[in-house]
Design a protein around this ligand. Structure first.
Ligand code: ZN
Length: 155
């Protein structure tokens, strides 16, 4: 990974950790699910409001490390206004990217935007679960699960 890319990664994580977007409880959510990563202590609730297959609103609350919080924050920004099918695509891309299965993530900047900043996580295996926790929680929730997500089962 080149240094410019590494800088982008650090900037986005710092920014979203300091000022998390959509960081609030949602009273009229259609989906709500808790997720935790016991290895790091990350613990979040993800809220979704889905109507006619569109994610009209998405938010989160909870606490954890900078990477998990930034990941949740960027995720909510990306998914708002998208269809459930698009969310599935983002989920699959993100998961592949942070587990190192995408060779040149920087080539996806146009389509995946800030998500690509998290490609750097692949270099830190212990952080992968922090980055994927909000995504697994969102994904399970969209699929109708009511069971609390723990990263032990999902990775
Ligand atoms: Zn963490």
């Amino acid at each position: 990974m080149d240094s410019e890319f590494r800088e982008l990664y650090q900037e986005i994580i710092m920014d979203h950790n300091r000022k998390p977007r959509n960081f609030r409880k949602m009273e009229d959510a259609t989906h709500r699910l808790d997720g935790m990563n016991p290895l790091c202590g990350d613990q979040y609730t993800i809220y979704l409001k889905v109507k006619d297959d569109i994610i009209e609103d998405v938010s989160f609350e909870g606490s954890g490390c900078a990477i998990s919080k930034a990941s949740a924050s960027v995720m909510t920004n990306v998914l708002k206004g998208k269809t459930v099918q698009e969310a599935e695509k983002y989920f699959n891309f993100f998961h592949k990217m942070v587990t190192g299965e995408i060779d040149h993530p920087e080539e996806y900047l146009d389509t995946m935007g800030k998500l690509v900043a998290f490609a750097g996580v692949a270099e830190f295996p212990v952080r992968v679960k922090c980055a994927t926790l909000p995504w697994h929680t969102m994904h399970n929730s969209l699929h109708g699960s009511q069971d609390k997500v723990t990263t032990e089962e999902n990775n």
